[in-house]
Design a protein around this ligand. Structure first.
Ligand code: HEM
Length: 313
């Protein structure tokens, strides 16, 4: 009866996101994982918290180097240092070596492109890794937690998967219960519960005239919890996605944003979550005692380490 917790989720997600970004099979990373993953995860968390406090608190940091400002800078430096190390290792490891991994085409080609400025390349990789770790780890915890309250849906997922351990892409596409479970988790507990935009031109919203430069937050997460938008809005009901639950406003579920600035990690994340869930459900059911405490860390995050039980079927 293994149990799983946040640190392991973050490590798993760290491996997956770095694998995507640095294009490697990650054997080299695993030896180094625990120390660096934990330091990076902690720095990313501190960074998100400092962002939250600078958005919503008194902006004293604009006038003096407050504690908040120092935390922000320190976390940014740690993130920068660890990811720089990983990038240099990825670059030196692959110089001249043939990579069998298709992901190389995406990121290492960007990193080794002499026409791009080195600082821009590094900043892009840092952005991707920091944007990907905490979001994906939280989403996985929320999904498993919500499913722990729906043993019947877990049975359903299992029944849609092949009995053998081997999983093909078609098996994932055929298992609609996995897709519905994930979508419903994103509706009820979206780790990014709002979208932010700075207006580049004036606009009128619900009768309010907003000048260019206004900072606008669209609280999609709050809208998804309103009865006028979703029937039994506060319940985790994956079955609503098969139809028959009115009102139902799927357009409000925007966990990855919308438009030009939409999350570039969306496809990767969906595949990763579907695959992880399928692999888990093939072998175990998930249990959790009590209610999960959630806090707003700029992202929605579990308040403390989460212990979920994975019980052999
Ligand atoms: C469950 C996981 C994730 C969630 C919920 C999520 C959500 C979001 C959201 C809501 C945005 C803002 C979109 C907008 O304003 O319209 C965003 C932006 C972004 N995400 Fe993700 N994300 C996730 C994972 C990832 C991963 C794995 C990566 C990279 C591998 C990533 C990279 C980025 C980047 C670089 C941006 C900024 C895009 C821009 O400003 O143009 N995200 N994400």
């Amino acid at each position: 009866m293994p149990s799983t917790n946040n640190v392991r989720h973050v490590c798993l997600v760290f491996l997956a996101v770095c694998g995507l970004m640095l294009g490697t099979r990650l054997g080299f990373l695993e030896r180094w994982m625990s120390g660096r993953a934990a330091a990076l995860a902690a720095a990313v968390k501190a960074h998100f918290r400092a962002q939250r406090d600078s958005y919503y608190g008194a902006p004293l940091w604009k006038f003096a180097p407050t504690n908040l400002y120092r935390t922000f800078v320190k976390s940014e430096e740690t993130i920068h240092m660890i990811i720089s190390e990983l990038m240099e290792e990825a670059m030196s490891r692959t110089t001249g070596a043939a990579q069998d991994d298709g992901m190389r085409e995406i990121f290492l080609n960007i990193l080794s492109n002499p026409e791009l400025d080195a600082r821009d390349k590094k900043a892009a990789v840092i952005d991707f890794i920091t944007a990907g770790i905490e979001t994906l780890a939280n989403s996985l915890v929320f999904l498993l937690y919500l499913l722990s309250g729906r043993p019947d849906w877990q049975e359903r997922i299992r029944s849609e998967l092949p009995v053998s351990k081997r999983l093909e892409l078609e098996d994932l596409s055929a298992a609609t219960s996995i897709r519905d479970a994930t979508k419903e988790a994103f509706r009820l507990l979206p780790t990014a519960p709002f979208l932010a935009r700075l207006l580049d031109k004036p606009m009128t919203l619900a009768g309010h005239r907003l000048p260019a430069g206004t900072f606008v937050l669209a609280h999609t997460g709050a809208a998804c919890r309103r009865e006028e938008n979703f029937r039994r809005a506060r319940e985790y009901l994956p079955e609503r996605w098969a139809g028959g639950f009115e009102p139902h406003s799927p357009g409000l579920v925007a966990p990855f944003g919308r438009g030009r600035r939409m999350c570039p990690g969306k496809r990767f994340v969906e595949l990763e979550l579907h695959l992880l869930l399928a692999k888990i459900m093939q072998q175990w059911r998930v249990e959790f005692d009590g209610e999960l405490d959630i806090q707003f860390d700029f992202l929605l995050s579990p308040k403390s380490p989460v212990s979920l039980r994975l019980v052999e079927w």
